[in-house]
Design a protein around this ligand. Sequence first.
Ligand code: ASP
Length: 336
Amino acid sequence: MKKILLLTIFLFTSCLNNEKEKKDINFGIVIHGGAGTILKENMSDEKEKQYLDALEEAIKIGYNIINDGGPSQLAVEKTINFLENSPLFNAGKGAVLTSSGIVELDASFMDGKTLNAGAVAGVRTLKNPISAAIKVMNNSPHVFLSGEGADQFGKEQGLEIVNQEYFLTKRRIDGLEKVKEMELDNEISFINSNEYINQKYGTVGCVVLDKNGNLASGTSTGGMTNKKWNRIGDVPVIGAGTYANNLTCAVSSTGWGEFFIRNVVAYDISALIEYKGLSVNEAAKIVIHDKVAKIGGSGGVIAIDNKGNIAMEMNTPGMYRAHINSKGKLTVKIFN
Ligand code: ASP
């Protein structure tokens, strides 16, 4: 009798412990919709609300997946698909235009558990480039595909194909015209200034820690307005625009891509955590404010570490961003 009683007490307390452990599991999701000269005085209340609502809707897609025990990869993909399909952001529909008035899209994904990664650059027909990046990772022997070949691969993988008209929006057509006029009218020093460059970009990204402790990161963009010569930015460059490692953190970048490539931004944040023992927040601050800013670059990052601590750091006046932690607490912000 005594034995049965002890066994019952043992089973009961281990059940309680399991429940407590489940509650203590840290998971979380952070997204961005691009950084730049986003100023309160230039934004109507209506526009601001549109962005806040879209960010909230997007992040809840990923949060619901991980809250139900789903994997970080799926959460990143579905959240970014939503942002790619929204004309508000510079990715998928509503992406910025190249100098010849077309859309060329870049995206990448990295899995923190396996260190597998996939990326596409300069695609013109794939509705959701982040899904193509994940297919490259899962269904090809490669990491990085570009141009027509990447479009072809996506098609063979059964991804949705669209024509260029699908991506075009009036806002971006007008934006290209404005940027071209500014470039004609201004000095080269102005064209290379942060003040000017800040108006030309935007990107979407998502980093996730799931309940199994797996990190993932994805980033998707149209790049920079008026880009020429099949220019590719940091977004599809693993280690610059996107990085994830279960030992450290997951990072997604947004900003003046050339500087993010030169600073290997996403990997640098991970390396500062791995080799120097910094917190994710300290690491993001150093990279964005000391390293990127010091060589003249601007932009921001989102990051989440393997314990669910996060960073949303920028050296620009704003960055569209949102976070939900394991308790379901939502934060959505635009201005710095
Ligand atoms: N980093 C992107 C690029 O340079 C643009 C952005 O994030 O806003 O292509």
